[in-house]
Design a protein around this ligand. Structure first.
Ligand code: SF4
Length: 321
């Protein structure tokens, strides 16, 4: 897709979806009630240092999200009612009739295939759903789960999102991730060529990572077979170890100009064909700790555009095949 001919500086997600479907598609989030192996003690406890995993308690989760019409995990129509609520809210804001069912919080492949199948099935059975995305950890995709994803990917456009964050094990250790980079490499090897798209989440500004470290992550992202990437700065939300570390000054978060400059450097190293699904993070205002600037998404997008223009640059300008 020739996004540069449209005057764009990077291959943004809404442009990509419009080209693929010919109409607007919005993501609608589904909380399927999963937990995570570094929360439940399987590989670690406490979860990632930036993740409010106390909200993984099913009794808290749906009331927090205001979704589900009183239905609980396992109830008939639980997924559908969440999507209906989410779609109604999205329709009030956008003119949109088509949706991507997005299994978002926690680890959405962390269950046996017999449990996963009916959840995914219910999501794609909704008449307004035209695509599906599933967020998960790269150490939670055994071969039978990948076979299931392949099966669904043959029926509906599917993106599987891995929480890569960084290629550096010292940072994964800092965030209490409970796995190391080898699990991403392994998951990619077993996931490629199965007919679904692969996306990785990346965080910039992890403590102890140099500019060179982040560019090393960019180079691997560029060459490892991914179709898409979601990038944001490290930010802190309430009820997390990171919030305490930020307040005590132990962790310093990136300033806007540093993030924008690093992000543009990162995007310049990616191939032009890689979809950039996100370049800023978001969290509810009453839950957010900092940095303050990242709450203003439009200002971040504007600054990124200005930085590209100032450099007369674009995604892929420094990509080395
Ligand atoms: S792997 Fe994801 S869901 Fe699990 S604790 Fe970390 S950020 Fe949260």
């Amino acid at each position: 897709m020739d996004w540069r001919a449209e005057g764009l500086r990077y291959f943004g997600y809404s442009y990509y979806l419009k080209q693929i479907f010919g109409f607007r598609v919005q993501r609608v989030s589904i909380d399927a009630g999963f937990t995570c192996p570094n929360v439940d003690g399987t590989v670690a406890t406490g979860g990632c240092t930036f993740c409010d995993n106390r909200s993984f308690s099913p009794s808290r989760r749906l009331p927090v999200l205001g979704q589900g019409q009183g239905k609980r995990k396992g109830d008939q129509g639980w997924i559908t009612s969440q999507m209906d609520d989410g779609m109604a809210r999205i329709r009030k804001r956008y003119k949109c009739e088509h949706f991507m069912a997005y299994f978002q919080p926690a680890t959405n492949t962390y269950a046996p295939v017999e449990v996963l199948r009916p959840l995914y099935e219910e999501a794609i059975s909704h008449p307004d759903v035209v695509a599906m995305a599933i967020g998960t950890r790269q150490d939670c995709v055994p071969d039978d789960v990948l076979d299931l994803l392949e099966e669904f990917g043959a029926r509906v456009p599917l993106t599987v999102e891995y929480g890569l964050q960084t290629i550096h094990d010292k940072s994964l250790e800092w965030m209490n991730r409970g796995d190391d980079h080898s699990s991403f490499v392994d998951a990619m090897e077993r996931s490629m060529g199965r007919g679904f798209e692969l996306c990785a989440h990346i965080m910039l500004g992890l403590p102890g990572e140099s500019h060179q470290d982040m560019m090393a992550t960019a180079r691997e992202v560029a060459s490892c077979g991914l179709d898409a990437v979601k990038i944001h700065n490290l930010y802190a939300v309430e009820n997390t170890p990171l919030a305490d570390q930020v307040r005590s000054g132990e962790v310093k978060l990136m300033e806007l100009d540093e993030y924008v400059s690093t992000l543009v450097d990162f995007l310049e190293l990616l191939p032009k064909s890689m979809v950039v699904e996100r370049i800023s993070g978001e969290a509810p205002r009453d839950y957010f700790v900092g940095p303050e600037w990242s709450m203003d998404k439009s200002a971040v997008l504007r600054s990124v555009k200005e930085e590209f223009e100032r450099r007369d640059s674009w995604q892929g300008k420094r990509f080395e095949s």
